[in-house]
Write a protein that binds this ligand. Structure first.
Ligand SMILES: CC(C)(COP(=O)(O)OP(=O)(O)OC[C@H]1O[C@@H](n2cnc3c(N)ncnc32)[C@H](O)[C@@H]1OP(=O)(O)O)[C@@H](O)C(=O)NCCC(=O)NCCS
Length: 156
């Protein structure tokens, strides 16, 4: 099915929010504590996505018109990459990463970076990213999300 990637606009904030919730509940349950997962869901309501949109560029991937993936770029960092579970394994994540890499390259940067969640490390390695350290984010008091900093040179 044809994949389209475009800027995320306000009418689609609820779609992006749903994608995050479905994705973390499906993909993170073997890797993170339920408190971490539900905190990420709480921090990705349409209202929170709207607030963040002032500080980053958000993108939505649609397959046959249906919203299936969400990603964001802030300076040279890719963030908030989430794919709907029933659309996973079809190249949507890889296409969003390639799109974000191009946005970053056009922004004048020669390296892209991402703080990868544990279950996404191998996925990012397949997209050419190399591990470059660890970082734990305190999502709210006492709730920590462990991640791995990964970087990828973008070339000319
Ligand atoms: C990680 C994630 C973005 C992958 O998205 P996806 O659309 O299923 O990935 P793709 O279909 O584009 O896969 C591209 C390649 O990575 C591989 N891949 C995908 N997910 C993988 C995983 N969890 N572990 C290892 N390899 C993976 C695919 O097999 C494919 O390999 P190939 O190029 O050899 O065919 C998706 O599983 C997801 O949303 N996870 C939960 C949220 C998350 O952790 N996001 C990252 C936050 S930093």
């Amino acid at each position: 099915m044809r994949l389209q990637i475009s800027e995320l606009n306000e009418p689609d904030y609820p779609r992006a929010s749903e994608i995050v919730a479905e994705s973390v509940r499906a993909f993170w349950s073997d890797h993170y504590d339920p408190t971490v997962i539900e905190t990420v869901v709480e921090q990705n309501t349409p209202e929170r996505i709207s607030e963040r949109s002032l500080r980053q560029e958000d993108y939505l991937a649609r397959q046959g018109g249906r919203a299936v993936g969400y990603a964001a770029v802030k300076q040279n960092e890719i963030g908030h990459l989430f794919i709907r579970p029933d659309a996973a394994g079809q190249g949507v994540g890889a296409a969003l990463v390639a799109y974000c890499n191009e946005v970053i390259r056009q922004g004048g940067y020669d390296t892209a970076k991402v703080y990868a969640s544990r279950p996404a490390i191998e996925f990012y390695a397949k997209q050419g990213f190399l591990a470059d350290g660890e970082k734990s984010f305190e999502l709210k008091p006492g709730v920590f999300l462990d991640s791995v900093l990964m970087t990828r040179p973008l070339g000319d």
